[in-house]
Write a protein that binds this ligand. Structure first.
Ligand code: XMP
Length: 530
């Protein structure tokens, strides 16, 4: 394992990713982590970048024990300055903040660098790198030497004369640094000696063993599934680990996509064998949503009703088990655990040394709403990034169309029906959305789009059908490409695909006579309309 200490740089998680891409397991921890409290011995440590300056009053600092561990340490950007600061070097403000590409001249191995370092071995004389910093080293710490410089940074890369300590001013973890991944590989593989055997197969084996150990021979787990990738993969993994002692609940809130509850039931329960109950609570949800237009209120009602239904269902499952036991059946024991499909980016956000971030989007995770249930949490995906969850899903035989599925918000179609939510409005939107997605799939575009959906507008427009004038509603189509949904760009469709979609929707969906395509990026718009 490589320990990555996070000083708050926006790139910290990328260092973790790069290590894992090299099949080396890496764990990101806050920079305030005490070395004596680690429950593993890392083979190497990487200190991340940071928005701070080492001389700031509230600057985060590393436990100096990290330099006594006897393992290699690599400081990146702030990490370099932090290392130098610990070793009595000097850091100064740059005249101009340096941001963008730079060329690092690598010192001749065996020359100035005395052959003690191996960080850049085999990488040539020059590296194209990405810089983003306001401070830089102005004086080498004792016993360090330069292994790379740029036209503005004489100490762009340094190494200790005798110990395996390295510092680089640039960011090898971002893809703009051309051979950045090789630099990371030099450090974690060649210098730290990590074996490259962290694979998803290994993860599955270890995680199943961990779940079994946590739950013990009798422990029971309950969890919500939504039809999305994360909850489905987490559910299948739980099933592999503890079989029917895991019970999944899917709540049909009446604002799901067309036939969604049925499809999820077939796939998770019939095909994959997961113990699943689908609760049709659509009447309850729709009656509570009656007349509500405000999006935040829609969200609140759906969130609260969800908790209510989920808890009631959990109680039923518990009661059924008790009844069976009373009739002389096997004692099943209490449900003690709640499954959550938390992913690594959420974990990273919440372990930040600045404390849990205020921006964490708990509403994006149905499980997040259930934390008052007094169940202990089990989070088998908490170490994984989204694409790793997809890879895991494939290994667990979850079909590709589910693994690649676009995200779908918890409040579902309720936030895509801009006016009041009624059964009729839901039906119209379900049909239009279904045609839209069907045509996107047929055109082979689904996987190029990050998220696509239809929105039902609360306005009526005039149209003509046969000889008659119509006065019906409008559908807006949305399709975006995005890395992380913080920003997004609208997708450029071939005209004939849009033409087909529009013609099918206006012909097949009663109540719609007009289709528009949303060409707004985020910002200033958001992905959803509400
Ligand atoms: P926005 O509209 O904020 O959407 O640009 C960004 C991403 O978040 C999803 N989203 C939600 N997901 N509950 C959810 O589970 C919500 O209330 C919610 N609102 C937005 C949206 O679908 C997109 O992927």
């Amino acid at each position: 394992t490589i320990l990555i200490l996070d000083f708050g740089s926006q790139y910290s998680h990328l260092i973790t990713r790069r290590c894992r891409e090299l099949n080396v397991y890496a764990e990101l921890m806050p920079c305030t982590q005490k070395i004596k409290d680690l429950n593993f011995k890392p083979k190497g440590v990487i200190l991340s970048g940071s928005p701070y300056s080492v001389y700031d009053k509230d600057a985060p600092h590393v436990d100096p024990e990290v330099f006594e561990l006897g393992v290699p340490v690599l400081g990146i950007c702030y990490g370099l300055q932090e290392m130098a600061w610990n070793m009595k070097g000097k850091v100064a403000k740059c005249e101009h903040r340096e941001y963008g590409f730079a060329q690092v001249q690598i010192s001749k191995i065996g020359g100035e660098s005395k052959g003690a370092d191996a960080l850049f071995e085999g990488l040539g004389d020059e590296l194209q790198v990405w810089m983003s910093h306001g401070d830089q080293l102005s004086e080498l710490p004792p016993d360090f030497h330069v292994i790379g410089r740029t036209s503005t940074a004489p100490y762009a890369a340094i190494a200790h004369n005798t110990k395996p300590f390295y510092g680089i001013q640039f960011h090898p973890e971002v893809t703009h640094s051309k051979r950045g991944k090789e630099v990371i590989s030099r450090f974690v593989v060649s210098i730290c000696g990590c074996r490259q055997h962290w694979t998803m197969e290994e993860f599955i084996g270890k995680e199943i063993a961990r779940i079994r150990e946590i739950c013990g021979p009798k422990g029971r787990v309950i969890g919500a599934v939504s039809g999305g990738v994360d909850s489905s993969v987490a559910a299948k993994l739980m099933h592999e680990a503890i079989g029917d002692r895991f019970h999944a609940i899917m709540v049909d809130n009446g604002v799901l996509r067309l036939n969604e509850a049925k499809q999820v039931h077939e796939m998770l329960n019939k095909d994959l064998g997961v113990n699943l109950t689908v609760v049709d609570a659509s009447d309850l949800f729709l009656s509570r949503l009656e007349g509500i237009e405000d999006p935040e209120q829609k969200r609140k009602i759906i969130g609260n009703t969800f908790i209510h239904v989920f808890e009631a269902e959990a109680a039923k499952i518990e009661a059924a088990a008790a009844e069976e036991e009373a009739r002389g059946g096997e004692a099943k024991g209490k449900i003690e655990w709640l499954l959550q499909g938390t992913l690594y980016p959420d974990v990273i956000e919440s372990i930040s040394f600045k404390g849990p971030s205020a921006t964490i989007k708990t509403h994006h995770n149905v499980g997040g709403l259930l934390k008052d249930m007094k169940l202990k949490l089990i989070e088998p995906l908490r170490e994984l990034f989204k694409d790793e969850v997809r890879a895991l899903g494939r290994l667990l035989s979850i079909p590709d169309h589910l693994v690649q599925r676009h995200p779908f918000p918890g409040p579902g179609l309720a936030i895509r029906i801009l006016g009041p939510v009624t059964r009729d409005q839901v039906k119209i939107l379900q049909q239009a959305d279904n045609i839209y997605i069907e045509e996107i799939r047929k055109a082979g575009l689904y996987n190029q789009i990050s998220q696509a959906f239809a929105v039902l507008l609360p306005v009526k427009a005039v149209g003509v059908m046969g000889d008659a004038r119509t006065y019906e509603q409008v559908i807006a189509l949305r399709a975006v490409q995005s890395e992380d949904f913080m920003t997004a760009d609208w997708f450029v469709f071939p005209a004939e695909v849009l033409r087909r979609i529009s013609s099918r929707i206006t012909n097949e969906v009663a109540g719609i006579n007009r289709v528009t395509y949303d060409i707004s990026s985020k910002p200033p718009a958001t992905v959803e309309w509400l």
